[in-house]
Design a binder for this molecule. Structure first.
Ligand code: SAH
Length: 225
């Protein structure tokens, strides 16, 4: 059913996650389901939490940050309607897990992370696993990544006070952006499409992410969650 790599100790748990947490809850994009059946989430989780890697919740990854719940990753990536030839930008690399799922789905992935130690760790794991179509950059992703633009798809994995203007500017015409917008208390996932230079916004689910901290995000200390 799924196009799987070499089996590993977590394969059965991973397939159960796909069936019970994703497919049963309405994720329909077979490419997303397949990518999440392949990407070894346990490799991106700190050793002490490895046994929980495929459970239905976010997990602490250090530096006060978390790896997102599997369903949230699937819902965001499904909303982006990704194609194999796309160039994608992820803002907030964190553990590198969603980066790996993206790398299974599109041709080229750029991912930007503001905390250097997380960017380094994610780079090392992604390299060890052989994800060769990924570039991880250390920097403020609230300003996008101008040198690699334009992008067909942008996914922001941290909550912003509003849609950062540079991200819209760096989206190709026909491009899609998924971003949680709101405060520490209430956030909504937004899907923004850029068509003929104009933006159309669809409001998806209520979510809870860590803050996007940067020039086009929140200031450090401004966030009350
Ligand atoms: N997709 C990640 C989620 C990580 S949590 C995963 O699956 O692991 C969100 C990440 O966004 C955190 O690592 C945080 O440090 C990062 N972040 C917050 N503000 C940022 C900014 N302005 N630029 C880049 N990364 C940012």
């Amino acid at each position: 059913m799924y196009d799987l790599p070499q089996p590993d100790a977590y394969r059965d748990e991973r397939l159960l996650m796909v069936e019970q947490q994703l497919r049963a809850r309405g994720i329909r994009d077979e490419r997303v389901l397949d990518a999440m059946a392949r990407a070894p989430r346990h490799e991106f989780v700190p050793q002490e939490h490895r046994g929980e890697a495929y459970e239905d919740h976010p997990i602490a990854i250090g530096e006060g940050q978390t790896i997102s719940q599997p369903f949230v990753v699937a819902a965001m990536l499904e909303a982006l309607a990704l194609r194999p030839e796309d160039v994608a930008l992820e803002v907030g690399t964190g553990s590198g897990y969603e980066t790996a799922v993206l790398a299974e789905l599109v041709g080229t992935v750029y991912s930007i992370e503001r905390i250097a130690s997380l960017a380094e760790r994610a780079t090392a794991v992604l390299e060890r696993l052989g994800y060769s179509n990924v570039t991880v950059v250390h920097g403020d992703g609230s300003q996008g990544l101008a040198e690699a633009a334009p992008f067909d798809a942008i996914v922001v994995s941290a909550a912003a006070p509003q849609v950062p203007r540079p991200l819209m500017d760096q989206l190709r015409d026909g491009g899609r952006l998924v971003i949680p917008v709101g405060s520490g208390f209430a956030q909504n996932l937004q899907l923004v499409r850029k068509i003929g230079g104009a933006a159309t916004t669809m409001y998806l689910d209520g979510v809870r992410f860590v803050p996007l901290i940067g020039r086009e995000g929140f200031r450090e200390g401004e966030w009350i969650g």
